[in-house]
Design a protein around this ligand. Sequence first.
Ligand code: NAP
Ligand code: ZN
Length: 346
Amino acid sequence: MRVRAYAAAAAGEPLEPTTIERRDVGLNDVLIEIEYAGICHSDLHTVNGDWGPQPYPLVPGHEIVGIVAEVGTAVTRHRMGDRVGVGCMVGSCGECANCRNGDEQYCFSGMVPTYGGTDRDGTITQGGYSTHVVVDAGFVLSVPEGIEPAAAAPLLCAGITTYAPLRRWGAGPGRKVAVVGLGGLGHMAVKIAHAMGAEVTVLSQSLKKREDGLRLGADHYHATSDPGTFERLAGRFDLIVNTVSAPIDLDAHLGLLALDGALVNVGAPAEPLSLNVFSLLTSRRSYAGSMIGGIAETQEMLDFCAEHRIGADIELIPADRINQAYARVLGSDVRYRFVIDAATLG
Ligand code: NAP
Ligand code: ZN
């Protein structure tokens, strides 16, 4: 079936309306009529070629919410009319130890990304800036009632990417958590860490978004442009989640960790980051990374967000404003996620 979409024709090119082919619904597939697609900074990194060469034309989008329009005969998990979501991956081998352990995102053979990857039929996957998508039912999540569908879309990437490290590194009552960067991921990290019961601090470039940060659930808010911040907060945090899309001064941020504290990078700048090992040795600190989350964990996150009435703070845009939204994301001018209304795809 041919469906409408927005694609980049080459690295760094603006996105333009186009049509793409979606495969026939197979035994285990779900056809989703897309309602909403979030704009993640990873979409920008990818279409700009920051992470290396990509197959073009490329339709980005891995924060997808929509309605099931058709299911394959072997699908039992989802039914016509259900509201569902798709995140950053649409396939994995299903057999390796990581897949069997629910860590499909770390599949030994490489998970299949929602766009720009090679699908099981050899075609290139195309993402959610589109009216429809066909996805293996095992990678389709149920969107619970109680979250606005447009506000649920960003949970499929920004939500799970921050939920997973917050859970793994034990954000909860009595734990001090800092979130670096108050963008799409950062604002979800603040809401989720607050809901988990942690004491939450935002570390932003400036104090411009301070009121928002406190409203979102932060207890404290500091500017990283103020060198005094790094003196005043030295040794303070059990966990720091770095969501910044550009390189940061790791040594300065590691200095904010308490004994046994961890700095977890979810931000994915193209440039290598370096650190002085003494920043780790002196307080038995860790520096780690984390990539999205497994399918079962993503469902757990959606249910957690529904229970705590958490959605993203979004700006809903028509498709013809995608390029303008990209420019604003690059300028850190996003409050706090752009979501495309798929009904406007033309
Ligand atoms: P975003 O909405 O653009 O937020 C990034 C925030 O970082 C900005 O709002 C800004 O916050 C801060 N920032 C930007 N440039 C900065 C600079 N030069 N110096 C210091 N701070 C800066 O992006 P996002 O969608 O949240 O994504 C953030 C990063 O996570 C991207 O690199 C993305 O590719 C990556 N990501 C990783 C995963 C994963 O699985 N690990 C998943 C999704 C996304 P302030 O204005 O508050 O300073
Ligand atoms: Zn993303």
